[in-house]
Design a protein around this ligand. Structure first.
Ligand SMILES: *[C@@H]1O[C@H](CO)[C@@H](O)[C@H](O)[C@H]1NC(C)=O
Length: 828
């Protein structure tokens, strides 16, 4: 079953993006909340449809005149439809597009029928490509939502002549057997941009304060500019040269002119893109003339392998003067198009795209191995607390994504607090319906209402404590700004699951956790990095630079734990307890303000001792990439995978996205850059460890008619799943455990398939808005027994928090698939 899972999920690498109209009523609220509604520059998703002249389509079944070729006729009012009379042809149905020649493609667009019927709208599906109509590669799988909107799936560039979609279900339900499509387009666009951290750039000339470096700093508001003061200004041609430090495969060049707000001077018109290994003899990759506007210009070309690249600018786009300027310059990674250097498995591997019917903005790993995700009231956008939530459950074992709209709790669970209870349930609080509590029970696959919180909250921090209670604090994004307009400061409160009751803790003082955010009270108490710890305490590691202890006794007591070294406020950074036994927390990234600011690459280790005691902070060598809105996941071997995020924090934008994950090794303190994901994962993205040791990375967006909605996920297989030669590593197995429900301090007898060196327990994670307070790792050294191994669960439930954990066996660094263990606190 494992092998089939892998072949299903990991047949290829890929990407998806969907867009849909923003309901008009929402625009003011989005603007009010986040300043900007849509990204305007350097949109990632600029794959465009190929011309379909001469193409043909073939389907397994057709109804009358609704023939397959109608998906290629450019008329959204005609459709292909599978046969329903005289005989109903059962699902699955397949339509195959023949482009008549091999093209480099990286996307598939499906427009459902546009009339009033939903019959035949595709739900669960796979997308495959082929050069010969015989051997097929899967580039995507998943489930589309039942809407009229065009569905776009982006995947890693691949050369193919044939593209087919196979429909397994109808989006509107399982009881019909139709498939239909109004239009199908095949997309082609630039590859992901290459990392620029090794680059040295130079220009023929630069104005003081406008050096060449400023075109590769990820900040679109700074620029390279040739001299514009003094006499004898250097004129055209101008040259901008990149030394990558090593030969790479390059398939495109992007030039972002300076933004409109700063004026047009120096926009490049006529250009040549050149490359070389020796800086003496330059070959041309592309040439042309860019139009005189501030839109990003991307030129794609056949892959060339070279170390040095340059832009030869031959004219100013508006003939306004002798200057050239550039806000950002990028090269595109053509490595997926060449056979010369397949992406090394030693840097991990990404799966094909998994299409979702929603933008997965929140996620929680369940004790049955599935992942429950949700967006908001709508699949692609959010409104103001209307009592319903769009959810989808992903089953890694089958690759299937199911969809459910939850209305019974009358809770719009967008922007909530999340924590997993002592008995493995998911507790979701506040958000758009700011007082509500909803509880998901795995066994019954059902949501139920819990008691309302005492204070209305959205973006609050929330964590399960050693006694199984749940602590929450802050949350001015929803339910009023704390300390303003009659809304109380959003001090802590605590939930007792047994009594189903929230109790205020006026002594858990929110003022101690406030950041100095430029947007004020709306932002300053957001997303506390909370960790349940010994004695029922919670430790708050950030994002404020001051750290704090919360003692829950009585009305609660707040004590400063000092500053997080020299780190500033780090809103939308991450904090990961990678070794709970040693009290170790890794913190990375974030920014001093929620948005419209440059992120940091800062990294620190926080070491906790006893509850309320001294905390030590060690500064690490920074990450390669500055990131806000990233997600980080601790792996069974104690390494931490940091995924996504962007250099310049900007909600609802794919600008300055970091596609390259980094893997942090606690043994060396170093970060190693991994193979790039296909999709930006910024604001509203999630990342969680799956029980098979792979990592789920999804979402981003939820902004209606924007270009940065990501209705999809990808799964990362860390390097430990591969041998040195890139084959799948042999994994240890856990064949038997003596108990799947234990109490802290208990011993567990484990039988394994073969020798193992260590074990670890990782608590099931939950994630939204870069926060995952549930995950933490316990390293375990086993003792050998006659039948296998024995491990001892730590005796302190401040370390081994009550709840569902994944037990991994590890041999030579390779983890097994996990067994689920429920750890209970000692009865008081
Ligand atoms: C640069 O060197 C690499 C080998 O390191 C070679 O494959 C490539 O073709 C060279 N490119 C040019 C432009 O000479």
């Amino acid at each position: 079953m494992l092998a089939s899972t892998y072949s299903l999920i990991f047949a290829l690498f890929s990407v998806t993006v969907d867009c849909s109209p923003l309901p008009k009523a929402l625009v003011p609220r989005l603007q009010q909340l986040d300043g900007e509604t849509v990204p305007d520059r350097f949109a990632f998703n600029d794959a465009v449809p190929l011309a379909r002249t001469g193409w043909t389509a073939v389907a397994d079944s057709i109804q009358g005149g609704d023939v397959a070729n109608r998906v290629l006729d450019g008329n959204a009012n005609t459709l292909w439809h599978s046969e329903y009379t005289p005989a109903l042809k059962a699902l699955p149905h397949t339509i195959t597009i023949d482009m008549k020649k091999n093209n480099w493609i990286n996307g598939f667009a499906y427009l459902p029928r546009q009339d009033s019927s939903n019959n035949g709208n595709i739900g669960q599906h796979t997308i495959q490509v082929s050069k010969d109509n015989t051997n097929w590669q899967q580039v995507a799988l998943g489930t589309y939502g039942n809407t009229k909107l065009e569905k776009k799936t982006l995947f890693s560039s691949v050369q193919a002549r044939y593209v087919r979609i196979t429909a397994y279900t109808e989006a509107q339900g399982t009881n019909l057997a139709y498939t239909s499509a109004a239009e199908i387009n095949i997309l082609s666009g630039p590859d992901p941009i290459l990392p620029r951290d090794t680059w040295k750039v130079s220009a023929d000339s630069a104005q003081a304060g406008n050096a060449a470096d400023l075109a590769i700093d990820g900040d679109v508001d700074t620029k390279w500019h040739t001299p514009f003061t003094g006499g004898n200004l250097p004129g055209y041609p101008h040259t901008f040269t990149i030394d990558q430090g090593a030969v790479t495969a390059v398939s495109g060049f992007s030039y972002l002119p300076r933004p409109d707000a700063s004026g047009p001077n120096g926009r490049v018109g006529k250009y040549i893109i050149q490359y070389t290994n020796n800086t003496n003899t330059w070959a041309d990759a592309a040439s042309g003339t860019w139009v005189d506007d501030s839109n990003p210009k991307t030129v794609t070309f056949p892959v060339h392998w070279a170390r040095y690249w340059r832009l030869r600018a031959l004219s100013e786009a508006g003939n306004r003067g002798p200057w050239a300027s550039a806000a950002e310059i990028n090269l595109h990674d053509g490595s997926s198009k060449g056979v010369k250097t397949p992406l090394p498995a030693s840097l991990g591997q990404w799966s094909e795209t998994i299409d979702f019917p929603i933008v997965p903005v929140a996620a929680a790993v369940l004790s049955n191995g599935k992942v429950v995700t949700w967006s908001a009231q709508w699949a692609d956008s959010f409104g103001g607390g209307t009592g319903q939530t769009q959810t989808a459950i992903f089953d890694p074992a089958t690759g299937k994504v199911s969809q459910k709209i939850v209305t019974n709790t009358k809770h719009d669970m967008f922007c909530p607090g999340i924590s997993m209870t002592a008995d493995g349930k998911v507790v979701v609080t506040g958000g758009n319906d700011a007082a509500k509590t909803s509880i998901y029970t795995v066994a019954s696959d059902a949501w139920a209402s819990g008691a309302n919180m005492q204070i209305k909250r959205g973006y609050q921090g929330q964590a399960t404590l050693s006694d199984g209670r749940i602590f929450t604090i802050g949350g001015s994004w929803s339910g009023g700004y704390g300390g303003q307009d009659g809304t109380p400061f959003k001090n802590g409160e605590i939930y007792s699951p047994g009594a189903n009751k929230w109790t205020l803790l006026p002594g858990a003082n929110v003022k101690k956790i406030l950041t100095q955010d430029a947007q004020g009270p709306f932002r300053t108490d957001n997303h506390a990095w909370l960790f349940g710890w010994k004695g029922g305490f919670a430790f708050q590691a950030g994002p404020s630079k001051q750290m704090n202890w919360f003692d829950m006794r009585g009305d609660g007591v707040t004590t400063s734990a000092g500053n997080r070294g020299d780190d500033n406020d780090a809103m939308n950074g991450n904090a990961i307890m990678y070794d709970a036994v040693a009290g170790k927390i890794l913190t990375i990234g974030g920014a001093k303000d929620y948005q419209e600011t440059t992120a940091t690459a800062n990294a620190h280790i926080i070491t906790l001792g006893g509850q309320g005691g001294a905390v030590s902070v060690t500064k690490l060598t920074s990450m390669k990439y500055a990131r806000s809105f990233a997600n980080s996941v601790v792996l069974p071997d104690g390494k931490v995978l940091i995924m996504g995020g962007q250099h310049f924090a900007k909600p609802f934008s794919d600008d300055t996205a970091v596609l390259y994950p980094e893997l942090w090794d606690p043994a060396t303190g170093k970060f190693t850059v991994m193979n790039p994901a296909n999709n930006p994962r910024n604001y509203h993205s999630v990342g969680v460890l799956l029980p098979d040791g792979t990592v789920f990375s999804g979402g981003g967006g939820l902004c209606g008619s924007c270009t940065s909605n990501h209705f999809d996920a990808e799964v990362f297989r860390p390097p430990y799943l591969f041998t040195a030669s890139g084959a799948l590593a042999t994994r240890p197995t856990i064949t038997k455990v003596s108990a799947t429900t234990v109490t802290v301090g208990d011993k567990i007898q484990i039988t394994t398939g073969g020798t193992v060196t260590s074990f670890s327990l990782i608590r099931m994670g939950s994630a939204t808005h870069s926060i995952n307070t549930d995950q933490r790792r316990i390293p375990l050294t086993p003792t050998k027994t006659a039948s296998g191994y024995q491990i001892t669960v730590p005796g302190d439930s401040g370390i081994a928090l009550p709840g569902s954990w994944m037990l991994f066996a590890i041999q030579n660094g390779v983890p097994s698939v996990a067994k689920t263990i429920l750890i209970k606190a000692k009865p008081i």
